[in-house]
Design a protein around this ligand. Structure first.
Ligand SMILES: Nc1ncnc2c1ncn2[C@@H]1O[C@H](COP(=O)(O)OP(=O)(O)O)[C@@H](O)[C@H]1O
Ligand SMILES: [Mg+2]
Length: 642
């Protein structure tokens, strides 16, 4: 877009429409003629406003005033009138930009297409598209080739800008450079910072989590230790109780064996007692027989005695008869031997009988005696086999091996068996007895393991967060006032210093040698990324601040001019104008000569250069192609072109 003309209506003090040419004007000297206030040295007549109006038309923002404050487009609408305030920019090929207030709006016509904002719809050709103001502004920047900040800093040599540039701090300077070079890392930096802050938050959370996990681990480890001690105690106690229970089982088993043995003994005693009873009964039987045999014997002895007495009596009777001569039977007298013989003969059968009976008795006695003796032998033999045994002994033996003893011993066995079973049950119960704290121990161990695993994972995540933060820090730094921006600066420093040397040659006649660097050498030998202006003056002052105000003023001009050259060099399109708004501030008479010469030379390189000044000397020193006089009177401001 080639801008030919600008027109102002109700802009600031330009109330009546003022149209001014912009293209191919050569060097235009802009002067003021303030009819309202002569004492103001022609200031306030609206010279600066002419160019501020350009900025308003192009971008919707005015140039900063002497106070540095930037006005919006609406604020430059004339305070004394009410009609629409308009800045109209006309390009070749019918291109047009109209921006205004009362009501606010923008219109752009470019390459046969047209756009406007909602508030202005309707007053333009009907194919005009209604869009957002931002969209139109972007199209304008694209068409013009540079933005508002570049215009403000690089196209306009504004009042006080040279000082601001020379004394700008790192970030201000780089901000100006960003615009000059058409780069903007602010979004990228904001994203890098957001990225870093997010991960710092994450890291903070992780550190908190680690503290929690660490507590959890410690707590669960204490629990594990306590519970393990309790388990050891339980196991030890269990071993002891098992040993004891096993002993009890063994003792009970021994008791059972002993009781069974005792039962066996009772049974054996029973058998013995039965055998003894059999033997004893035999003895008793033999004894009875012996007693009977004894009685029979005594009877036989008495029978024998009686038989012997019978024999003796028969003999005695016979003798007595014989002796007394009387028949012992019939008591008749017997005489003679015959008689005696006869009597004897008479008694002989009796005697015989008696004698036979005696003999029989004797035989029986003898037989009985033999039987008694035999029974005695047998009895003695049996008795000898049972020494010390009597009925009491047998009864005692029978009692010891009897039913009652058997029952008792059997009962004892049963009782011992019950006790043994009870002991076995107790052992079994003890064996199967588990420790009640096991579940708690398992849980504590699991918790401890989880805490350890969590801490490991947390450490990994923390490491990752720290790596990410380091990366984000790197990029924050890289997109910051140091880093890429100063690197980019370094890449253009040679060009910049070249242009600086070029302007200094003209502006200080080679007295000053100034270089700009993004790196400052530190005392310890390292370098720091910091913008610095290194100046050396031929007459001795070793720093930028070392020169006089006039010298510094010219160095400032050279600095700004070099930067503007850089901006133009880097710009998508060459600047259509160069605007010097009162550059003579702080410049002495000799300096003004040099400055005028230099401006003349610079203007020769461009189609249109505006030099705004209220300085009579500087105005004298230049040979302008045109002179614009901004005349301010009661009717407002107007521009007289000569
Ligand atoms: N919105 C406005 N309405 C009316 N007058 C304005 C408005 N904005 C600025 N002005 C006046 O316009 C003049 C601007 O002058 P300026 O261009 O800075 O003067 P100089 O000629 O010294 O560069 C001042 O007198 C200021 O009061
Ligand atoms: Mg001014």
């Amino acid at each position: 877009m080639n801008l030919d003309r600008v027109a102002y209506t109700n802009v600031g003090i330009f109330t009546d429409r003022v149209e001014l040419p912009l293209a191919d004007q050569g060097l235009v000297l802009v002067r003021g003629d303030n009819h309202l206030s002569q004492s103001a040295d022609d200031n306030g007549s609206g010279k600066s406003l002419l160019f501020s109006g350009l900025s308003v038309g192009l971008y919707g923002v005015a140039l900063p005033g002497p106070d540095g404050k930037m006005l919006r487009g609406e604020d430059v609408a004339c305070r004394f009138t009410k009609g629409p305030a308009l800045v109209e920019l006309f390009g070749s090929d019918g291109d047009r930009i109209v921006r205004g207030a009362r009501p606010s709006g923008v219109f752009l016509q470019l390459d046969g297409k047209a756009w406007t904002t909602a508030g202005w719809a309707g007053q333009w050709p009907k194919e005009t598209e209604v869009v957002d103001e931002r969209e139109i502004n972007e199209k304008i920047v694209q068409a013009v080739g540079f933005g508002a900040v570049t215009f403000r800093n690089a196209v306009v040599f504004g009042q006080g800008v040279a000082e601001r540039l020379a004394t700008a701090d790192q970030s201000q300077y780089l901000k100006m450079l960003d615009e000059i070079q058409g780069v903007d890392f602010r979004e990228a930096r904001k994203r890098a910072e957001a990225w870093r802050d997010e991960w710092r938050g994450t890291l903070g959370d992780l550190v908190n989590e680690a503290a929690t996990l660490s507590n959890q681990r410690q707590l669960s480890e204490f629990q594990v230790r306590d519970l393990e001690a309790a388990l050891a105690q339980f196991s030890h106690g269990k071993r002891e109780r098992l040993a004891l229970a096993e002993q009890v089982v063994k003792a009970a088993g021994e008791d059972v064996a002993a009781a069974e043995k005792a039962l066996e003994a009772v049974r054996a005693k029973g058998k013995q007692a039965a055998a003894l009873r059999t033997k004893w009964n035999r003895v008793v039987e033999l004894n009875t027989k012996f007693v009977e045999l004894g009685a029979t014997y005594h009877e036989h002895v008495r029978t024998f005695d009686r038989s012997r007495e019978e024999v003796e009596r028969v003999i005695a009777d016979t003798e007595a008869l014989i002796h007394k001569a009387r028949c012992p039977t019939c008591r008749r007298e017997i005489a003679g031997k015959a008689e005696v013989a006869r009597i004897k003969k008479l008694f002989a059968p009796d005697l015989q009988q008696a004698r036979e009976r005696l003999e029989q008795a004797d035989a029986k006695v003898k037989e009985s005696d033999r039987a008694v003796k035999e029974a005695t032998t047998i009895l003695e033999r049996h008795l000898k086999a049972l020494p010390g045994v009597d009925e009491r002994v047998v009864a005692q033996a029978e009692a010891e091996g009897g039913e009652r003893a058997l029952l008792q011993a059997g009962g004892a066995v049963e009782a011992a068996q019950i006790r043994e079973q009870a002991a076995k049950d107790a052992l079994k119960a003890e064996r199967s007895r588990t420790w009640e704290g096991q579940a708690a121990l398992d849980a504590a161990r699991k918790q401890s393991e989880e805490a350890v695993a969590g801490l490991t994972e947390n450490a990994k995540q923390q490491e990752r967060a720290q790596r990410t933060i380091a990366a984000a820090d790197y990029w924050t730094e890289a997109f910051g006032d140091r880093g890429l921006r100063s690197l980019l600066f370094e890449s253009v420093a040679d060009y910049l210093n070249d242009r600086l040397a070029h302007h200094l040659e003209a502006l200080t006649a080679g007295e000053a040698d100034v270089t700009v660097s993004a790196l400052t050498a530190l005392k310890k030998g390292s370098v720091k990324e910091k913008m610095s202006v290194n100046a050396a003056w031929a007459w001795g002052a070793g720093s930028y601040g070392g020169g006089s105000a006039g010298q510094s003023g010219r160095v400032n001009i050279a600095l700004l001019a070099a930067h503007q050259d850089l901006a133009e060099h880097r710009s998508a399109k060459p600047f259509p104008w160069r605007i010097w708004d009162e550059p003579e501030c702080h410049i002495d008479a000799r300096g003004k000569e040099i400055l005028a010469e230099w401006i003349q030379r610079e203007a020769a390189r461009r189609s249109t250069t505006f030099l705004v000044t209220h300085d009579a000397l500087l105005a004298e020193l230049v040979q302008p192609d045109h002179v614009w006089t901004v005349v301010l009177d009661r009717g407002g401001a107007r521009v007289e072109i000569a």
